[in-house]
Ligand binder design. Structure first.
Ligand SMILES: Nc1nc2c(ncn2[C@@H]2O[C@H](COP(=O)(O)OP(=O)(O)OP(=O)(O)O)[C@@H](O)[C@H]2O)c(=O)[nH]1
Ligand SMILES: [Mg+2]
Length: 461
């Protein structure tokens, strides 16, 4: 019933002489505290004596399901979602990753109605979690008034379609959710073009003919659409738009390169802020450069690069650039589409890597950022690490970090703590880079043919 999106199913039995006999109907019931009952059945032995107003009954059921959805934290115009974590190895890994998916869902303004983690020896190639489990999840989701199930793994186009058809619900995966957040947060023309390209590239192989697959609200994989011919036409259309967007992005890259060249002639060293999303890059940037980039407790608040000049304690000037944050399993479509933005990072003389001291996963996140830096082939650029959110870290964490990373400044962007120490550290590193460049150890103008391995990246920690 739930998978067919029905609130109520009724049956009339026919007697041997062909006359109508008993009548019964089953309807879904909303969740009610301890009550785990998901449906109820009403039976009437004689059809002729039934005195119920079915329309009223159905309206009542719909209202109670809606009411339950709202009570679960839903809002009339927001999408209710259920999150599904999956692992073939350890449950705790899937649970940790699901927490991040939860933050992503909140950043996309969705209402998370429930979370489920499923472990399995191997992946079901068609339904990921297996058909039986999927049916169970879908029933539970319908019961809660969920609109969309979000999977914490990347689903193949075939899996997304099969799961959508089997469950009767809209299906999303982690990559699609991240791309959707980028699309929602893109405010400038440049951001919008790049986010749109990522959406198109992600959706093209998954196109099933549903118009909404290309709207900013996304979702909607796995529902039956128009015929093959219309679908093919739509695909061609999308390919053409991809081509045009690619051209526009090439133009953006050239324009940015031109600005960078001008900047380089001024010989002011440039620092790119990098780091996991939500670690406080923009907050720190605002404080150091007296700017007012929007900061918020949401993932991927910043998409566009902003550059400002800052004077270091010794009087030397540097240019600082704040830009988009990273996340583990960053969708490849985004890395490609956001190349104009990411190239900006690659042109820096120094990467300023900000990490969150109060995050128990800080080391894993530092590694994730390094891996992305490597995958973009920026690992030859020297890098300085700094721990932010010191005010939020407990004393043991602070001591452990100081011991493991004795050279790394610990600051609080929010409280303005240890800024002088940080700026002096940056100054020292910049002076060393410039001195090395003079004697030919490192010349940021000439990228080495073979990328230098990680020790250089860590050399200033
Ligand atoms: N307690 C505390 N919170 C901080 C600190 N720095 C930033 N925050 C908070 O962390 C959240 C994220 O800050 P942002 O500056 O937007 O982080 P970001 O790294 O630029 O994030 P993205 O642009 O989304 O990648 C905000 O709610 C900030 O107020 C800090 O030093 N201490
Ligand atoms: Mg930011």
């Amino acid at each position: 019933m739930a998978s067919e999106r029905l609130d109520l199913v009724a049956s009339i039995s026919i007697g041997q002489n062909g006359s109508a006999g008993g009548f019964e109907y089953a309807n879904l019931v909303p969740p009610n505290g301890e009550n785990q009952v998901k449906w109820e059945i009403s039976k009437f032995s004689d059809l002729g004596r039934i005195n119920i107003n079915l329309e009223q009954e159905i309206n009542g059921i719909e209202q109670s399901l809606r009411h339950a959805f709202l009570k679960n934290g839903g809002k009339e115009n927001r999408e209710g979602v259920m999150l599904v974590g999956f692992s073939t190895k350890f449950r705790y890994l899937a649970e940790k990753s699901l927490e991040e998916l939860n933050s992503l869902a909140l950043s996309a303004e969705k209402v998370v109605l429930d979370k489920v983690v499923q472990t399995r020896k191997n992946v079901d190639p068609r339904y990921l979690v297996g058909k039986g489990k999927l049916r169970e999840i879908a029933l539970h989701a319908k019961h809660l008034g969920v609109d969309t199930i979000i999977f914490d793994t990347e689903l193949t186009p075939a899996q997304a379609n099969a799961i959508g058809e089997e469950s009767g619900l809209d299906i999303m995966d982690r990559s699609q959710l991240i791309i959707q957040i980028f699309a929602k947060h893109a405010k400038t023309n440049e951001g919008k073009i790049q986010a749109r390209l990522a959406e198109f590239q992600y959706n093209l192989p998954r196109l099933k003919g549903k118009g909404t697959a290309f709207s900013q609200l996304g979702g909607g994989i796995g529902t039956r659409g128009p015929g093959e011919k219309k679908l093919e036409q739509e695909r061609r259309n999308i390919r053409k738009q991809i081509e045009q967007l690619e051209k526009q992005i090439d133009g953006l890259c050239r324009r940015r390169e031109h600005t960078r060249k001008n900047r380089k002639t001024s010989k002011i060293p440039t620092l790119s802020f990098i780091g996991y999303t939500n670690v406080g890059k923009s907050t720190l940037f605002n404080r150091l450069t007296k700017s007012s980039i929007v900061t918020q407790d949401k993932l991927f608040s910043t998409l566009n690069p902003t550059t400002r000049r800052v004077m270091l304690p010794g009087g030397k000037h540097v240019l600082m650039t704040d830009t988009v944050g990273f996340i583990s399993k960053l969708p490849k479509e985004l890395i490609n589409a956001f190349r104009a933005t990411l190239e900006e990072i690659g042109e820096a003389d120094l990467l300023f890597h900000i990490a969150d001291a109060s995050d128990p996963e800080v080391r894993e996140k530092i590694d994730s950022v390094m891996k992305i830096v490597e995958s973009m082939e920026f690992e030859y650029i020297p890098s300085v690490l700094v721990f932010n959110k010191l005010d939020q870290a407990d004393t043991e964490t602070e001591a452990a970090l100081r011991e493991a990373f004795p050279q790394v400044p610990l600051v609080s962007a929010k409280k303005g703590k240890n800024f002088r120490e940080l700026l002096l550290h940056i100054e020292k590193v910049v002076e060393k880079i410039e001195a090395d460049a003079k004697v030919g150890v490192f010349n940021p103008e000439e990228k080495p043919e073979d990328t230098v391995s990680l020790p250089l990246l860590h050399s200033f920690f």
